[in-house]
Design a protein around this ligand. Structure first.
Ligand code: MN
Ligand code: MN
Length: 285
């Protein structure tokens, strides 16, 4: 629990500083590298690549090596993660550089706050989902239905339970001591995502024997990230051919960029918390 707490404390301080860097003209890659380096400098490890998603991109975009893209007038989602011995903190903030999507941003923030107010041991995830959807629709937007909050376990950034962002028929009861992340996404689009073309984030599913020496060496490097997601730009000798082959063999999982299906703008807010008997302790506050 203390490792969860420290990972969260470090992450929230890094997120605050990284968010300040998000300005028109700044490079996405500079912000991602700053966040990842500061997590380490402040005493934790990176849990997954710094996600920087723009406008209709909802998740899983991280800058590629040498990417020159600079912020302009987008609505920016910064989703970052830290860990200590695999105990993860996961947090996201939205920065609106357009000046026109503050309400959308507020909808995701209010949904998160309202859900957090309900969290305690014994609460059903159905109640959290209902609150998230109702809060967002009251703002006049839609939740992104296929993106969800989740549990966190050691070296597992997406463990059960699923915490849906829209009403579900049957949920599960949260238990004392469980660690969860809640992440409402709000959109002015239809509220679903589709796969985009960019592929930059992978994770190891299960190591299996491979015959080729260069593939074995490649897997040795990938194993340094345990079962946590890693970015292609982190690899010493990234090879698309090798990555694709390993995905085909079921050894690696790839995370395509997810975009709002109708091109709607997306806002996201996320915190990690420990479920307590009578409430919760937000680790990323
Ligand atoms: Mn996240
Ligand atoms: Mn998350």
């Amino acid at each position: 629990m203390d490792k969860y707490r420290l990972a969260g404390k470090i992450l929230s301080s890094v997120a605050r500083d990284a968010a300040k860097m998000v300005k028109k003209g700044e490079k996405l890659l500079s912000v991602a590298e700053f966040a990842e380096e500061e997590i380490k400098r402040r005493g934790a490890e990176v849990a997954f690549p710094c996600n920087i998603s723009l406008d209709d991109e909802a998740a899983h975009r991280t800058p590629f090596k040498g990417e020159e893209t600079r912020f302009n007038d987008e609505i920016v989602k910064l989703d970052i993660g830290s860990q200590i011995d695999g105990y993860i903190a996961d947090m996201a903030v939205t920065i609106d550089l357009s000046g026109e999507r503050e309400e959308l941003k507020r909808a995701s923030e209010a949904a998160l706050n309202n859900a957090i107010d309900l969290v305690h041991a014994g609460v059903n995830t159905k109640d959290l989902s209902e609150t998230i959807e109702k809060t967002i629709t009251d703002f006049g937007y839609r939740p992104v239905a296929d993106l969800s909050g989740h549990g966190l376990l050691q070296y597992d950034a997406h463990a059960p339970p699923t915490i849906s962002n829209r009403c579900i028929k049957k949920g599960v009861d949260l238990k004392e001591g469980q660690v969860i992340a809640i992440e409402p996404f709000a959109t002015d689009g239809i509220g679903r995502t589709k796969r985009g073309n960019i592929l930059e984030i992978y994770r190891l599913l299960k190591r299996k024997p491979v015959r080729l020496m260069n593939m074995r060496r490649f897997l040795d490097e990938v194993e340094e990230y345990n079962t946590l997601p890693f970015a292609k730009r982190w690899l010493r000798s990234p090879s698309d051919i090798m990555l694709n082959q390993l995905v085909d063999k079921g050894i690696l999982y790839s995370f395509p960029v997810l975009k709002e299906e109708s091109g709607g703008f997306v806002a996201q807010k996320e915190h990690t918390m420990i479920v307590l008997e009578d409430g919760c302790e937000v680790t990323t506050k």
